[in-house]
Design a protein around this ligand. Sequence first.
Ligand code: C6P
Length: 466
Amino acid sequence: MNSTSLAADKRKLGAIGEGTAEGKRLHDRCPVKSLLAGADLHTDFPIFEQKIRGRRLVYLDSAATSQKPSSVLNAMDQYYKTANANVHRGLHALSARATEIYECARSRVALFINAARPEEIVWTRGATEALNLVAHGYGRAFLGAGDEIVISRMEHHSNIVPWQLLAEEKDCVIRAVELNSDGTLKREDLDRFLSSGKVKLVALTHVSNVLGTINPIAEIGRKVHAAGAVFVVDGCQSVPHLPVDVRALDVDFLAFSAHKMLGPTGLGVLYGKYDLLDRMLPFNGGGEMIEEVSLEGTTFKEPPLRFEAGTPPIAETAGMIAAMDYLTRLGMDHIRAHEQELTSYALERLKEVPNLKVFGPPDAERRTGAIAFEMTDIHAHDVAQILDMDGIAVLAGHHCAQPLHDWLGSPSTSRASFYVYNTKADVDALVKGLLKVRKCFGCDDRPEDGSPCCDSCGGASVCPDC
Ligand code: C6P
C-alpha cells in the first residue's frame, strides 16, 4: 500500500473533513433547522418512493441497517461502470482506478474518526468480523491462562461470543459489568475488576443497540489504560449517530459497520492503533496479505493489508465515501442534535400509550434514538406485525442481546430507532400505531361482552383492519 499522508489525501479527496475550510462551509450550510422542521431528506433516499401496503413507509429500524441515499447507490453504480477491477494486483488502468478508490476510502474513514493515519483502518466485512479479528489477532497472541477479559451485560452478541471463544481456547476468565436500573453501566463493577491486576482486555459498546445508553468511553478508557489493559470499543451504534474521535477517546480498537451509516452491507471497519495492529497475528490467510510464500512458510504484509486476505469489498468502499460525504455535509454534531430532539419527543409521546414500558436512560442527553419498549400485555412480535400493516417498520426480538434481555426480564422487546431521515411525524405515526395495536387486541376499549372492536373485526383476537 502507498502510505499516502492524510494531508495529501485531504487535498485529493476534495477536503471534505469537518476540520477543513470546505468541511466548515458545508457544515455551516447544513439544513439542520429545516431538517428538524421536516425538510424532505426522504427525496434523497429512493426507498421512500414506494408505499408499503398503500401507506407511507415509516422506517424506524435504522439501528439494524440504515437506508441508502441515491449518492451511495450512484457511487457504487459508477464504480462498476467505470472502474471495476481487482485491487493491488493489476498494472492496468482499471486496477489502478479501483485501488485508488479503495485506498482513498480508507483515508476518508481515517479522517472521519480522526485516526492518526490511514494504515490504522482495516477493512472487514462488518463490525462482527472486526471484533473477531481483534479476538483472534490480538487475543490469541497476547492473552493467556488466568488473564481476565471484561465485557458488560449490555453487549451485542458480536462483542460477547468472540471473547468467550477466546477465553475457552486460552483459559481466560470473563467478567461482566452489570447495569443500574436506568440502563447505565455499574462503574463500581468495572473498578473492582480492574483492581485485580489481572484484566488484560476490556471490550465495551459505545452505545447500546437496545437501551440506547451512551457509555462514557473516554473516562472508562483512562481507567482501563491505567490498569494496563487494552480497550476495545464496539462503535456500531455510535459512529453513525455521534461525532466519534478515536484520538480524543483514546480507544485502542474501534469496530463499526458501513451499512448502519448510510453505506452498503458487506463492509466494516476495524480501527486499531498502529503499534498494536503491527504486533498482531493475521486473521484469515490467503491472497494479498502475504509478502512472500514458499512451500516452507510465509511472511506477511504490514497492516492493514496483513488483515485483508482475498478480494475485498471494493464497490462498497466507493459507496462508503459517498455515505461519509453525506453525513459530513449534514455534520455529525447536527445529526446528534436532531436525533436527541427526536428521542426527547418520542420518550415524552410514548407516555401516552398505556402499559408501555420504555427501557434505557429516561433522558435523551444520555442516550441515542434506539428505543426498546415492551407492551406488558401484548407480545413484541404482535406489536411489530400490526405496526407493519400501517407501513411502520420496527424490530422485534432479542436484538442479539440475550444477556441484556435476561436482565430486562423479557425474552423480546420491540425497538424503534431513528436516523437522519426521521421526523417528528414518524414519532407521531408510531404512537398512533401503538394505540391502534392496543385497540386491535381490545386491550383498552374492547367491549367487556367480547363483541367486535370495529366493523371488520368479528371479535378476532387480532384485528387486521381496525
Ligand atoms: N445490531 C441491531 O441492533 P454487524 O451485523 O456486524 O454489522 O453488526 C453487529 C453489531 C455489533 N454491535 C452492535 C452494538 C450492534 O448493534 C450490531 C448490530 C443490529 O439490529 C443487528 S442485531
